[in-house]
Design a binder for this molecule. Structure first.
Ligand SMILES: O=C(O)Cc1cc(O)ccc1O
Ligand SMILES: [Fe+2]
Length: 460
């Protein structure tokens, strides 16, 4: 088993390919080698299938896992539907939202630290589409100072795959298929329908970050076109899956289910993390974003941000994403004679941005880690006044290293609808004025420098 990328102290992880087929067993021979549903499974385990896609979708999009567990998941207690209690949650919210909001630039301050766990400390900042229609997504922040394990609590989200981005504090992600330690600079994906628990890892007394609920098509590695697939952007082999690991624990546990946009609490009489072996491609995974092979111009001009796509959830329309997850990692900016920060633009897609660490070149002084901005369909935005000044004054022939930074964008087909809570409690009122001091510099009397026939670049 390859273990080279596993961190010290971390349990074994499996290398393979994103969306590929993995096999793992915590006891020798627990995984049936020839069939899925033997009459007498090893160790008296029960086979259980979890599908991530309709059985009949094309192979390339098919996701499922076979689990071999101590007890079938159907054996939950209590035994009446009425015992699933609707959980009121003031800040973890699901679309569709109905309240109106203006087509203006929005920015939100970091979510307040909660005294609770991942579930308690989730704040939905914006969302679109609907879990019922399995379309769109929700952008959330989490701020937690308790492990779910201290409440004997598990979570199962039927509506969405989760893309978790830790900003501060290592997370111990325990899932039915095994455990992953996930630290800042890494991402984790938990596919829909699997039970899991988010705990504080490695001496963290609190943790915060962002997470996306993707109601639409499962994430895939983006198509690479002329970039070619052998090494560009995020590489399939760098996605790590957990090894099977089980606990045989009877007791009183809580299962929080997210279903059709609502949270329900129910009781379990045993830990759901009792899967002894599994195989499949509907699998949690993590990826170290420091391994991202960033592409950038080596001549001139600022490329489209799609060059930073790590994962995409596509629609049936070619190239159109339900959501693209794009990063702006540490990189060289060598573009010659070019204004290097992002341009001014109005976009048909809608942009949610967060900052995991460092600074972001379009807002060098004012965008803080943990904050979030939204620039919706055709809302004008771009470099703020400080970025315009820096980008204009910089020596345009010297490459520049952009270090220690990790901003990201969730770019969606549907407009980001900010939650009432975010608008009322986290909104940064003066944000649209960030552009007011961009100077008018028009001078009709200027004699423009002689340009090459096709403008820049010079033919040297
Ligand atoms: O608006 C933003 O800051 C995100 C963004 C970055 C970029 O490099 C190009 C386009 C874009 O929307
Ligand atoms: Fe943008």
């Amino acid at each position: 088993m390859w273990r080279s990328l596993a961190r010290r102290g971390e349990r074994d992880v499996l290398h393979g390919s994103f969306g590929g087929m993995f096999h793992s067993e915590a006891l020798p021979g627990a995984l049936p080698r020839r069939q899925n549903s033997p009459q007498h499974p090893s160790y008296g385990l029960y086979p259980e299938l979890v599908s991530g896609s309709a059985f009949t979708v094309p192979r390339a999009k098919n996701r499922y896992s076979w689990l071999y567990r101590i007890r079938p998941s159907v054996q939950h207690a209590p035994y009446h539907g009425s015992d699933y209690e609707l959980m009121a949650h003031k800040t973890w919210l699901s679309p569709p939202f109905q309240h109106p909001f203006p087509p203006v630039q929005l920015r939100f301050t970091p979510a307040p630290m909660s005294s609770g766990d991942f579930v308690d400390g989730t704040v939905t900042l914006a969302a679109n589409g609907s879990p019922a229609a399995q379309d769109g997504c929700a952008a959330n922040a989490y701020a937690m100072s308790q492990s779910m394990s201290s409440k004997r609590r598990f979570l199962r989200v039927a509506d969405a795959d989760l893309l978790i981005l830790p900003q501060e504090g290592v997370l111990e992600l325990r899932t039915e298929l095994g455990d992953l330690q996930v630290e800042p600079w890494e991402l984790a994906v938990v596919p829909r329908g699997l039970a899991f628990q988010v705990n504080l890892g490695q001496q963290a007394s609190s943790a915060r970050g962002y997470f996306l609920e993707n109601f639409g098509d499962h994430f895939v590695l983006p198509e690479l076109g002329p970039i070619g697939i052998s090494g560009g952007l995020a590489h399939a082999r760098h996605f790590l899956a957990p090894q099977a690991r089980y606990e045989e624990l009877d007791g009183d546990f809580e299962l929080v289910s997210k279903f059709m946009g609502s949270l329900y609490s129910s009781r379990l009489r045993h830990s759901p993390l009792d899967v002894v072996a599994w195989y499949g491609c509907h699998v949690p995974c993590k990826y170290d974003m420091r391994l991202f092979m960033a592409i950038n111009t080596v001549t001139y001009d600022h490329p489209d941000p799609s060059i930073g796509a790590v994962l995409s959830s596509y629609t049936t329309s070619p190239g159109l994403a339900n959501v693209d997850f794009v990063i702006f990692p540490p990189r060289w900016l060598p573009a010659e004679g070019t204004f290097r920060p992002p341009w001014f633009h109005r976009n048909c897609m809608s942009e949610f941005m967060g900052l995991l660490t460092g600074t972001y070149d379009a807002k060098p002084d004012s965008f803080l880690p943990g904050a979030a901005s939204i620039h919706n369909r055709y809302v004008p935005h771009g470099p703020d006044a400080a970025a315009v000044k820096k980008g204009t004054e910089l020596d345009g022939m010297q490459p520049e290293r952009y270090s220690g930074t990790l901003a990201f964008m969730w770019e969606t087909r549907l407009v980001w609808h900010p939650s009432r809570y975010a608008l009322a409690s986290l909104s940064e009122e003066g944000y649209p004025s960030a552009w007011q001091s961009v100077e008018k510099r028009f001078d009709a009397t200027e004699t423009p420098p002689l340009q090459q026939p096709y403008g820049f670049p010079p033919t040297r």
